[in-house]
Design a protein around this ligand. Structure first.
Ligand SMILES: NC(=O)c1ccc[n+]([C@@H]2O[C@H](COP(=O)([O-])OP(=O)(O)OC[C@H]3O[C@@H](n4cnc5c(N)ncnc54)[C@H](O)[C@@H]3O)[C@@H](O)[C@H]2O)c1
Length: 333
């Protein structure tokens, strides 16, 4: 049974919730992160004494190796990256150095130091835009941006290193939604919910475009299960992980249903009619994994946290918006 787990990007939107969840599973959790979006105390609170923190950069090979060796890490869940197109495009050189250049070394260091499983968070954006209703893992990749292109290239690197003692798995998540202690409000469902609540207005651009969505609770559940799956089922495998493919206008209707406030929904024409859908049949058929939490549940979780004031007015802080934080970091403010 895998006990020692290092999460790169463990202080991110998905990572903070995953770290907490693994603590409840009695795992030894090591969070390796630059902590761009909040400090340890705010993000981990009472769990802080149960999580080992490395405030460090994945490009620092020496520090990464030290963390792997010191903690006898058995599984790496690699989430750290400049994690959306706008942040990446602010400084493509820095983005590439984090999202791609250091990746092979992370894999090598892990493999050379006894890590048994390496789980890589790629993205369903690697497909680009497809005509097919059912975008399966074996369709060709046509990434539209550098962020997606380097996600795809890292997948190939990881697969090159796998063997029977070093299990490598690629995860291609849909767009994640719902509440996290380190909240991202630059993701479609989260944006619409936040604008409805705090700005009393949402704008739907077009609306007919499909987006694949995944509740953050199911994202976390998948990583937890990935520690347990028989290695033959996941070694060298690529998995889409998504749940509901919804039109933007359908997401807007769900927000209308949940957020009990008077707000205006404005629909404007859009030039961006790119539509994305993925199927997650492979995780159901091969692994028996079926997401349980809906987009509606995600909107409820955000709404409740806004109502309880667990989240301050997000328009008064840049911490919820990756691109704004990255801008500050690049400008060294
Ligand atoms: N959230 C989504 O909708 C979604 C969808 C598909 C794929 N993914 C992938 O899942 C992963 C997690 O996404 P997220 O939403 O939690 O992102 P996030 O931006 O909230 O978290 C990324 C974390 O990585 C850290 N980080 C960045 N550069 C680093 C570096 N050089 N060294 C160490 N730490 C560094 C940041 O501080 C941050 O805490 C990412 O790889 C992302 O591309 C996310």
């Amino acid at each position: 049974m895998i006990k020692n787990i290092l999460i790169t990007g463990g202080a991110g939107y998905v990572g903070t919730m995953l770290a907490d969840r693994l603590v409840t599973e009695n795992k030894n959790v090591i969070v390796y992160d630059t902590f761009w979006y909040g400090n340890e105390k705010n993000l981990f609170g009472s769990n802080l004494n149960k999580i080992k923190i490395y405030k460090a950069d994945i490009r620092n090979a020496g520090e990464f190796e030290k963390a792997i060796i010191e903690n006898k890490v058995e599984c790496v869940i690699h989430l750290a990256c400049v994690s959306n197109d706008p942040s990446y495009e602010l400084n493509p050189e820095l983005g590439k150095s984090i999202n791609y250049d250091c990746f092979e070394n992370l894999v090598k260091i892990s493999k050379d130091n006894g890590v048994q499983r390496f789980i890589y968070a790629s993205s369903s954006s690697v497909y680009g835009v497809k005509e097919e209703d059912q975008v399966t893992e074996n369709l060709s990749l046509e990434p539209l941006t550098d962020y997606s292109k380097y996600k795809a290239l890292c997948e190939e690197i990881l697969i090159k290193y796998i063997d029977k003692n070093f299990i490598g798995t690629v995860v291609r998540p849909a767009t994640v939604c719902g509440y996290s202690k380190r909240l991202r409000l630059d993701l479609s469902v989260n944006i619409l919910t936040t604008h409805a609540y705090f700005k009393n207005k949402i704008t739907v651009f077009g609306g007919e475009q499909y987006r694949p969505n995944l509740n953050i609770l199911d994202m976390i559940e998948f990583y937890v299960q990935a520690l347990k799956y028989d290695s033959n089922l996941i070694n060298g495998e690529i998995f889409n992980v998504g749940y509901e493919n919804l039109k933007i206008k359908e997401i807007a209707s769900l927000v209308k249903k949940i957020v009990e406030k008077d707000f205006v929904t404005e629909t404007t024409p859009s030039n961006d009619n790119r539509s994305y859908r993925i199927t997650s049949k492979k995780i159901a058929d091969k692994l028996g994994f079926i997401p349980k939490n809906t987009v509606e549940d995600a909107i409820k979780s955000l709404y409740q946290n806004f109502e309880n004031k667990t989240v301050a007015n997000p328009f008064e802080s840049d911490l919820f918006y990756n691109v704004q934080v990255m801008k500050r970091i690049y400008e060294n403010k």
